[in-house]
Design a binder for this molecule. Structure first.
Ligand code: 6PG
Length: 255
């Protein structure tokens, strides 16, 4: 097992959410005391919805005034479209009002007009990230926490198997061209994900058990999620028993 890779298997989704709330609380407190703010990038999908809802209701005292919320990926859609990740957050986590609106940093999708392309949105998102983190060209931002999911095909954020975005080494955000059902996307790139201090994968459900095993054990590096390997940060897999059902303690160091 890698030095900083940990696998946590919980009985059910409620326990995964409770664990994530504790990690969020610890990481945000540490980040605020060290650098004065807490920068987190969140994913869409169905899996994190109960966690986001529970965060909106939590009584834990969290440093919301100093929390800055970004997205790991976004669909190239208007922000009020039912499939928009920003909309998902507005309807779950952001129903609580303590987070100042200016601390929410959506991917600047502009879907009308001649210059409206996923590539242009990715460039604008990159510019926003560069300004927020005050970094120079060639540097990568350091998120305190990036929360990711895994698709059955091994994608994570909007990094899909075989996608050109996987080879991006310079840009912070990349456009991803997909079919109309999955929509075109904008995603953080692997160098950004791998510069984070903490990357947490949240995966639940039996349909993910096979891919979880491959990713945790790094059996198949063609799976984008297997390429997530923080350079000096922590990597945690937070699973329910169904998603972790194909792991063994010896093979994967599951706890
Ligand atoms: C998204 C994601 C994506 C997601 C996986 C898993 O916006 O859709 O960031 O990478 O995490 O597709 O999705 P589910 O949680 O719905 O299975």
């Amino acid at each position: 097992m890698d030095h900083r890779k940990r696998v946590h298997v919980f009985r059910n989704q409620e326990e995964t959410s409770a664990f994530l709330r504790r990690r969020w609380s610890e990481i945000s407190a540490e980040s605020v005391s060290r650098r004065g703010f807490f920068a987190v990038a969140l994913s869409g999908g169905k899996t994190p919805v109960p966690f986001y809802t529970s965060m909106a209701e939590t009584r834990i005292d969290l440093p919301w005034e100093r929390t800055h919320l970004f997205l790991a990926d976004e669909r190239f859609l208007p922000l009020d479209h039912p499939d928009s990740n920003c909309r998902l957050l507005q309807q779950t986590l952001l129903t609580m009002k303590q987070l100042p609106p200016e601390n929410v940093h959506p991917v600047p999708v502009e879907t009308t007009g001649l210059r409206a392309t996923a590539r242009a949105s990715a460039r604008r998102y990159e510019r926003d990230l560069t300004r927020f983190f005050k970094i120079s060209p060639g540097q990568f931002p350091c998120f305190d926490l990036i929360l990711l999911g895994i698709g059955e095909d091994g994608h994570t954020a909007s990094l899909f198997p075989g996608s050109a975005a996987l080879t991006e080494r310079r840009h912070l955000a990349a456009p991803v061209v997909l079919d109309p059902v999955r929509h075109h996307r904008i995603t953080l790139t692997l160098p950004v994900i791998n510069h984070a201090d903490n990357v947490l994968f949240l995966v639940t459900g039996e349909n993910k058990a096979g891919v979880v095993r491959k990713v945790v054990c790094r059996e198949d590096l063609s799976l984008p999620a297997s390429r997530v390997r923080p350079e000096s940060g922590n990597l945690d897999f937070i699973l329910d028993e169904d998603a972790g059902s194909q792991l063994t303690r010896q093979e994967c160091g599951a706890s």
